[in-house]
Design a protein around this ligand. Sequence first.
Ligand SMILES: NC(=O)c1ccc[n+]([C@@H]2O[C@H](COP(=O)([O-])OP(=O)(O)OC[C@H]3O[C@@H](n4cnc5c(N)ncnc54)[C@H](OP(=O)(O)O)[C@@H]3O)[C@@H](O)[C@H]2O)c1
Length: 255
Amino acid sequence: MRLGFIGTGTITRAVVTGLMHVGAPFESIYLSPRNTEVATGLAALDSRVSVCRTNQHVLDSSDVVCLAVVPQIAADVCKELRFTARHHVISFLAGVAISDLKQMVGPVGAIVRAIPLPAVAAAKGSTAICPPDEIASRLFSYVGAAVEVGDENKFDALSAVTATMASFYAVLETQAAWLVEQGIDYRSARAYLAAYCEGLSHEATKGAEPFSALVQSSMTAGGINEQLHHELSGNGTYSHYSAALGNVLKRIKRR
Ligand SMILES: NC(=O)c1ccc[n+]([C@@H]2O[C@H](COP(=O)([O-])OP(=O)(O)OC[C@H]3O[C@@H](n4cnc5c(N)ncnc54)[C@H](OP(=O)(O)O)[C@@H]3O)[C@@H](O)[C@H]2O)c1
């Protein structure tokens, strides 16, 4: 696979780092020259990775092209470029529909949307893909779980769920702050909770049973997990999630 990236920022760095981390069998990777620091840093790690002189040079050297600039400038950047039928375009552009991408890049072999997240750098986490696509699925399966959906409504719903990162960490911070109130130093509280989360993630990823089954298997009758779970559900803590995700989805669809 000859892979090109237009835009060499946070997400390109994460994807390329992840591919190198797992020893993915790519033939070559071509990076656009901006951001110089990230691009030259990645190229220094592997001789198959090179920094191109221009964005067009990235396209001319690649078959699979990832669009990884910020959405606000994507149309202007693409306007300067000549894509061809050889190009398999994978767009990371948040909120840019396939119909708009078609206008931006013109006739190409394929256009796919994907949402790689920073954790792909360590080959962890999930990447949503729309529509199902063998090349994108193979690429992102190297660096975590690749989840394909058939239409952009479903893809938007998966995008909405990526808004839960900050609140996930906020729950951990609440627990850490509570532990500090109990006299535990913050560093120990943080270390304890981070590894505790990794243990829970491991339980979730090693099988395929519904999360509700994990809820049940984590509780013993009359035990402390049952107590906390019942208290939070009784207070409506979980049901706020659905409403808040619905509001995020509305915003995504207004873009
Ligand atoms: N970050 C996330 O968690 C995340 C998750 C999912 C999807 N996305 C999507 O992924 C895309 C990239 O996000 P990001 O967080 O990686 O953004 P980023 O860190 O800002 O990276 C964008 C890069 O594009 C470069 N750039 C600016 N103008 C350019 C041009 N004319 N030609 C080529 N490159 C140019 C910038 O270079 P300079 O630094 O020199 O300006 C910057 O390094 C966005 O569309 C975003 O919606 C991001």
